[in-house]
Design a protein around this ligand. Structure first.
Ligand code: NDP
Length: 447
């Protein structure tokens, strides 16, 4: 791993280390500082205006108690978070994650990444993120509802359509957004676009459900076409996760002629040489909310393996990690390269550890970082905000076309930025530099 040498960046990072213990946040900050190191000396104004030290410090970090009553009448308590990271480009925007691993470091890294991701979409959105260490697994619908209502009964005072507009993430889908939206409306007595990912009959946007997965595939398709004059036809594709991002990545890959050979959950993975059956996957995960073991029971050509990380042992041309952070480490990267992977695009945020990213790039794998690859979700959330403000609903085709155009533009931006700074093919640096320059310039303009 490279070291930082620029004295200004070394000092900023050392201060970040003193103030923050969590490894995920430090990892995300270090990656961005590394990327901007080659350009920082060309911009003495950044140090003058304290831009880097401001960009790595959240504008506001809120944490709060979330008490809720389980089905046995017992009161339980979780911790809720919202990190309002940077508002230079617009209202804070970013999802809510409900998962037992959520802590200050996790929401901070996600909020920090979101700042650059949102900048790349070219829509007017700042960056934020939030969530709770609540585990939605095996909770009844009533428990989920009571938790969501308690969570929003505190969060409502910190958010608003022009202030901070949360969306979903791991463990937060349309059902949870609905419970939070309904309760927000009741408390505030207003029907505004304060959350995105709403039901399409209730001011939600068409394509929001599909957006992140479709977006990952659109940007990968563009990269394949521009860099290799190639496409998805006949490619073997490995996907991890079986949630929102994984399902719609798989659906679009299949539509474009690729063969999705794996999906996983936190307990194991399913392998099917003939391609995953998307309709059955959706039925099990979205309708019945069951585990992947059920998939293997229904599809005789598939096999279930109870080691979720084993998904990276399978030979593939293209890999879409779409479960959680740091799910591909150096060993996984070595296996993937040995087995012939040529493209890796992050559906999940910071899916890949820094040494694994370095290994992919050194070995000629085309690597798209999450802040570029999975920006389609927040992009369509931005379009949902526009539709809410206009009190209009655009057609599926219209939103899908906007999404595609945004993803193609993101690829153009990160590719051209990488080339401009002599880093051709390094889309991690391209994304970090392009996002950083946009936010920095807005911060300087605002004083
Ligand atoms: P979902 O909750 O819909 O699905 C998450 C999937 O990942 C599930 O299959 C889950 O398995 C698996 N998973 C979660 N945590 C772990 C873990 N620690 N180890 C192994 N598997 C795990 O979430 P999404 O699909 O919405 O999100 C997936 C990733 O994509 C996250 O990193 C998220 O930040 C990112 N993302 C999502 C966007 C969106 O629009 N939804 C937008 C941009 C990024 P199990 O059911 O067993 O827990």
């Amino acid at each position: 791993m490279k070291e930082l040498n620029n004295p200004y960046l070394v000092k900023v990072y050392s201060d970040v280390q003193k103030r923050n213990q969590g490894k995920e946040f430090l990892q995300a900050v270090f990656e961005v500082l590394q990327s901007i190191e080659p350009i920082i000396h060309k911009h003495p104004e950044f140090e003058q205006h304290g831009i880097v030290e401001r960009i790595v410090e959240p504008e506001r970090l809120i944490h709060f108690q979330v008490p809720w009553v389980d089905d046995n009448g017992k009161t339980r308590v979780n911790r809720g978070y919202r990190v309002q990271f940077n508002s230079a480009l617009g209202p804070y925007k970013g999802g809510l994650r409900f998962h037992p691993t959520v802590n200050e470091s996790v929401v901070s890294f996600l909020g920090f990444e979101q700042v650059f991701k949102n900048a790349l979409t070219n829509l007017p959105m700042g960056g934020g993120k939030g969530g709770s260490d609540f585990d939605p697994k095996e909770k009844s619908d009533g428990e989920i509802k009571r938790f969501c209502q308690s969570f929003i009964s505190e969060l409502y005072r910190h958010i608003g359509q022009f202030t901070d507009v949360p969306a979903g993430d791991i463990g937060v889908g349309s059902r949870e957004i609905g419970y939070m939206y309904g309760y927000y409306k009741k408390i505030k007595n207003e029907f505004t676009g304060v959350l995105t990912g709403k039901n399409v009959n209730n001011s939600g946007s068409l394509v929001r459900t599909e957006a992140t997965g479709y977006g990952v595939v659109y940007i990968t398709e563009e990269m394949l076409s521009k860099v290799k004059n190639d496409n998805f036809k006949g490619k073997r594709v490995s996907i991890s996760g079986s949630g929102n991002v994984a399902i719609y990545t798989a659906e679009k890959v299949k539509e474009l002629g690729g063969i999705v050979v794996t999906v996983s959950d936190s307990s194991g993975y399913v392998y099917d040489e003939n391609g995953i059956d998307i309709a059955i996957l959706k039925q099990i995960k979205e309708v019945e909310r069951k585990r992947l073991t059920e998939y293997a029971k229904l599809v005789p050509t598939s096999t279930y393996h109870d080691n979720s990380n084993g998904v990276w042992d399978i030979a593939c041309d293209i890999a879409f990690p779409s479960a959680t952070q740091n799910e591909i480490d150096l060993k996984d990267a070595e296996k993937l390269v040995k087995n012939g992977v040529t493209v890796v695009a992050e559906g999940s945020n910071m899916s890949t550890t820094p040494d694994a990213v370095e290994y992919f790039i050194k070995n000629g794998v085309l690597f798209l970082p999450g802040k570029a690859a999975n920006a389609g979700g927040v992009a369509v959330s931005g379009l949902e905000m526009s539709q809410n403000s206009l009190r209009l609903s655009w057609s599926f085709e219209e939103v899908d076309n906007h999404l595609k155009e945004i993803m193609i533009n993101i690829f153009k931006t990160i590719d051209e930025t990488a080339k401009k700074y002599g880093l051709e093919g390094n889309y991690v640096d391209g994304a970090n530099i392009a996002g950083f320059l946009k936010v920095a310039s807005a911060m300087i303009w605002q004083g």
